[in-house]
Design a protein around this ligand. Structure first.
Ligand code: ADP
Ligand code: MG
Length: 699
């Protein structure tokens, strides 16, 4: 099927529109707009209603409204700032117009008895409501109202006026409707769309740019408007298809040649003091089959907190190393890097493999020397944070990249590391591990390019964790409890939370908590750990906590991911109301790993918002990561962000994974139908939304 396209709006440059010169063109480019299609996808952020007149009696503060009333006074006012005040009345009430900037001509033109039509925001003034610098014009009783559609307000940037954006979108819309052949063909055939999608792309764009008052009856519901859904849906399908394309392209690439090594022949197993769970064995085997295949693996391993993903990664690493390739292990925080380094070192050193830790805090000389050894191939496993990404780190033969706790990495970062093997090398295998319970529907879209393995079983002997939610006013009880816990040989994490991202502020808060706990519990050994400490200091504290020389470890949320001390059996989270569910779940997952009964105490500061209350009850009710993720999505207000950063789809123009979550199941379905029945429409669809380069095409 070929669509004849008269005017290709994707390539139609804005310079060809009336009123666009080089200067405006450049400003538009700063908004990310370079084609007429970009302009059409640049949706209003709000609408003003100039379709009807409001009486002065009916005005409400903050409204933007059109009014019409007669001038009964016009004079200059000399206060702190000179102003020109015009008093209006329409028989139902009064309104003041206030101008700070005006010309004599303007002022002289306004006479008592004239009828004015004004548009502006209703504000408080010294004598009742007023409008400051409204748009106004002189009219007669019968002058018709200009506009029968709502006036869009576009996101803009300095130098571009709303009026020019409106004038440009007018032109774009007429290009859309006046060309004989569809200027913007629907690449997704109607039969592939779910039943609830009712608009054509063209109709959806027209409504969103120029809605009539009736069409957007309730502007509050714009978020759920079917026209918006139509666009968001198409965009999500395009992204899904582009990810699937990446997946297919992979099959054309060659990966390092890894020799088959049965899981039970791995030496690492001998270093462990436990047997693998059935789920760990199954997933390791799935990974093995990928590794020995000639094409690069891209596999996501999902497993709840504590399900034992590290060992699975270690097995994959050993298999890779035994075929003389190197392994990179990439993690989001230094603490986690340190801990992985310790584990891998402990397991691999006896096997004669060298493991190194690469972080941002290394001295230059140390770093240089490690980099040399990595490049020479003398180091088999490199564990690190994003310091790994720096250009000077080049591997001799990189066979496998493991990303742990992948939710912290963007898709781009993930792909960036795969080019680390130097030129002419095959693309390394990729293993992505996450405990972030992402609801299945979201994962389907977000990780469409990955194959999925799930560790759906916890190691035996894990204890359920008793979770309690307490107001800050019951702090004394918490302190008493800590005495009991530590007296009976348990250990405690005390996590301080702060909304501020700054490491410094976090460190200070932890420092304070540390001091007051020391005063309240002089008989206990208390330690402190945070992101601003030197790496050596931190390692030492963690070590002391691990061997039981510290009873209570006061920490910032740096311990959120991956930290593993089985004897710790109590988790206290201070100001728990500040954290999202997935963070709370991650933190709680630090306990419940040993023989002792475990507890989690969530302390909150009153007053507790509805949302926070709901979150804390979810924590009390369930311990299942996937359930928590689902509930999280349900209770989030639309205003709250999941952090698109976390989900990878950073470059969505219109769709929003949270707002549009209810259409996600259909996205995968539509994408699959497209692949099956309309493969020729896939490329144009991807090009429309993601551009020629394709978001991941460099992969
Ligand atoms: P996560 O999946 O959260 O990364 P880890 O890999 O850190 O979990 O494992 C958590 C803890 O469980 C570690 O102490 C690890 O040694 C232990 N563990 C892993 N697998 C098993 C197993 N099969 N049996 C017993 N303990 C295990
Ligand atoms: Mg882990």
């Amino acid at each position: 099927m070929v669509c004849a396209i008269r005017t290709n709006l994707e390539q139609y440059p804005l310079l060809e529109l009336r009123g666009v010169g080089p200067k405006l063109n450049e400003q538009l480019a700063r908004l990310g707009l370079s084609s007429v299609l970009d302009l059409l996808f640049h949706l209003p952020r709000d609408y003003q209603d100039r379709t009807r007149l409001h009486t002065l009696k009916s005005l409400r503060l903050g409204q933007h409204v059109l009014i019409q009333a007669t001038v009964f006074d016009s004079r200059l006012h000399y206060g702190r700032r000179r102003a020109w005040l015009v008093q209006l009345s329409d028989g139902t009430g009064r309104l003041t117009l206030r101008f700070f900037h005006f010309s004599n001509v303007q002022q002289k033109a306004i006479q008592k008895g004239q009828l004015l039509r004004c548009f502006g925001e209703v504000r408080h003034g010294p004598n009742g409501y007023e409008m400051v610098h409204p748009e106004y014009e002189q009219v007669d009783e019968g002058t018709p109202i200009q506009s029968d559609t709502l006036t869009p307000v576009y996101p803009t940037t300095e130098g571009i006026r709303q009026a020019s954006l409106r004038q440009l979108t007018d032109q774009a819309l007429s290009l859309l409707t006046n060309t004989e052949d569809a200027a913007l063909p629907d690449y997704i055939p109607a039969e592939c769309l779910p039943a609830q999608i009712s608009y054509s792309l063209t109709a959806a764009l027209r409504i969103l740019h120029r809605p009539s008052g009736r069409e957007l009856e309730s502007l509050n519901q714009l978020d759920q408007h079917p026209a918006l859904k139509r666009l968001a849906f198409e965009e999500l399908v395009a992204h899904q298809l582009s990810m699937l394309e990446v997946k297919n392209k992979r099959k054309e690439k060659l990966a390092p040649t890894i020799a088959r090594l049965e899981i039970n022949q791995c030496q690492v197993l001998k270093q462990l003091d436990f047997d693998l769970t059935a789920a760990q064995t199954r997933v390791s085997h799935e990974i093995l089959l990928d590794l020995i295949c000639r094409h690069p693996m891209h596999r996501l391993v999902q497993g709840d907190v504590g399900s034992g993903k590290t060992v699975v990664a270690a097995l994959a690493a050993e298999i890779t190393i035994r075929s003389a390739y190197q392994v990179a292990l990439m993690v989001p925080t230094e603490i986690l890097a340190e801990q992985h380094f310790e584990n891998f070192h402990r397991w691999f050193d006896p096997l004669g493999y060298r493991v190194c830790l690469l972080t941002g805090k290394l001295s230059n000389r140390m770093r240089q020397s490690l980099i040399c050894d990595i490049q020479a191939g003398d180091i088999q496993v490199v564990v690190g944070t994003h310091a790994l990404f720096q250009n000077d780190v080049i591997f001799h033969k990189l066979g496998l990249v493991v990303f742990d706790e992948q939710h912290r990495f963007g898709v781009r970062q993930r792909y960036a590391l795969t080019n680390k093997g130097g030129d002419n090398q095959d693309e390394p295998h990729q293993l992505v591990m996450t405990a972030t319970p992402i609801p299945r529907t979201l994962a389907m879209v977000n990780y469409a390019d990955l194959d999925l393995s799930i560790i759906d079983e916890l190691p035996p002997g894990r204890q359920p964790i008793d979770t309690m939610v307490l107001s800050n006013s019951r702090r004394d009880e918490v302190i008493t409890r800590l005495k009991h816990v530590c007296a009976s040989g348990g250990q405690v994490y005390w996590v301080c939370t702060l909304i501020e991202e700054s490491e410094l502020m976090q460190a200070q808060a932890a420092q304070q908590a540390y001091q007051s706990l020391q005063e309240q519990l002089p008989e206990l050994r208390i330690g402190l750990i945070h992101g601003r400490m030197k790496i050596g200091e931190r390692q030492q504290i963690m070590q002391q906590f691990k061997v039981g020389d510290i009873d209570i470890l006061v920490a910032t949320t740096v311990i959120e991911v991956g930290v593993d001390v089985p004897n710790a059996n109590t988790m206290i989270i201070d100001n728990a109301e500040r954290l999202g569910l997935s963070q709370l779940h991650q933190l709680r997952g630090r306990v419940g790993r040993g023989q002792q009964k475990s507890y989690c105490l969530l302390i909150y500061q009153e007053p507790l918002s509805e949302l926070a209350r709901a979150r804390l009850s979810v924590m009390r009710e369930t311990q299942d990561g996937f359930e928590i993720a689902q509930r999280d999505l349900e209770i989030r207000g639309p205003g709250e962000i999941l952090g698109i950063r976390q989900t990878g789809l950073t470059e969505l123009k219109i769709a929003d994974l949270i707002r549009d979550q209810n259409c996600l199941p259909n996205v995968a379905d539509t994408a699959q139908k497209m692949q099956q029945f309309y493969p020729e429409l896939i490329s144009p669809l991807i090009r429309r939304w993601i551009g020629d380069k394709g978001q991941f095409s460099h992969v």
